[in-house]
Design a protein around this ligand. Structure first.
Ligand code: PBG
Length: 334
């Protein structure tokens, strides 16, 4: 350390480069642009917007609102949206048959958006059974067990109906073993050789998914049951790398880590280890947490949102799924 008592001074003063705004910009290592954002959108089968209590500012969009939202995303420079369905309760069954209906809400929505905006906006669809199952699990349940291989067969069919509808990126969020390979094979066989797979590779059994489950209406169905037999335990870090390695070997084009803020170490490690397109999902509970503190006046909502998004970039993420996407893109243009 410098011995100031002898009249010496620090030669290195990191504060020099922080003094002016231009200088801070000049040395900035990370940046956030609208091209880094993916906007998750909830849709329902009637018209009009429905507020989601635990996601203030996020609505379930009706059939008359969807195209406007897609155009808004495109015009803001957001490259892609992710579509999630609030399936009517009467269509939910133990076998989640609606998931593979080529005319289900997601498929209808994808066709509607593609007809309006074509290839100027990417569309991502989740592959998992929870929005369609009467028990709220991501797979088929037999004797209390979420059965793997039978579920994978259904997921592969679900991916194909979504690709047939025009989905650009299939995003399996179910965490069954071997599903990426099965989906890749099914897409190839169906001629969808250019449809990408963005796998939820490292997806943790998280308490931060609560508001999402309200949004798609799976919370009541799940009735407190846990997804710990298929989603990863928060203790696990090496296991995330194993999951990513498997998904890449099975044909994933990009991988995702989820949730975001409590798992930045995983994002960083995945990006450094594999050097492939790495995405992160700032999930519903993270949005709810920042928004609630903002509503209470305890935090500045905009500032903490932007700081959290930059944090994902700094950790190495190539893109971020976030409910802040349209607002953040707007803020970036101001
Ligand atoms: C469905 C799915 C979930 C999320 C994305 N896809 C919920 C879950 O696994 O229970 C969560 C997203 C969020 O909380 O914003 N498998």
């Amino acid at each position: 350390m410098y011995d100031f008592s002898r009249g010496s001074f620090p030669r290195t003063r990191p504060r020099r480069q922080r003094r002016y705004e231009w200088s801070r910009r000049l040395v900035a290592e990370s940046s956030l642009t609208p091209s880094d954002l993916i906007w998750p959108i909830f849709v329902h089968s009637d018209s009009g917007s429905q507020p989601i209590q635990s996601l203030p500012g996020v609505d379930r969009l009706g059939t008359d609102k969807i195209v406007d939202a897609a155009k808004r995303a495109r015009d803001l420079g957001i490259p892609a949206i992710a579509v999630f369905p609030a399936t009517p309760a009467e269509l939910k069954t133990p076998d989640a048959a609606e998931a593979t209906n080529p005319d289900n809400l997601v498929c209808r929505t994808v066709r509607q958006i593609k007809a309006a905006v074509g290839d100027s906006l990417g569309i991502i669809c989740d592959v998992a059974l929870d929005p369609y199952s009467s028990h709220g699990h991501d797979g088929i349940v037999r004797d209390g067990d979420v059965v793997n291989d039978e579920t994978v067969d259904i997921l592969a069919k679900q991916a194909v109906v979504q690709a047939d509808a025009g989905c650009d990126i299939i995003a399996p969020s179910d965490m069954m073993d071997g599903r990426v390979g099965a989906i890749r094979d099914a897409l190839e066989s169906a001629g969808h050789i250019n449809v990408q797979i963005m796998s939820y590779a490292a997806k943790y059994a998280s308490a931060f998914y609560g508001p999402f489950r309200e949004a798609v209406g799976s919370k009541g169905n799940l009735a407190g049951a846990s997804k710990k037999t298929y989603q990863q335990s928060p203790e696990q870090a090496d296991e995330a790398l194993h999951e990513v390695a498997l998904d890449l070997a099975e044909g994933a084009d990009s991988v995702m880590v989820k949730p975001g803020m409590p798992y930045l170490d995983i994002v960083s490690n995945v990006k450094q280890t594999f050097g492939v397109p790495t995405f992160v999902y700032q999930v519903s509970g993270e949005y709810a947490m920042l928004s609630a503190a903002g509503q209470l006046g305890w935090l500045n909502r905009r500032d903490v949102a932007m700081e959290s998004l930059l944090g994902f970039k700094r950790a190495g993420a190539d893109g971020i799924l976030t409910y802040f996407a349209p607002e953040a893109a707007q803020w970036l243009s101001e």
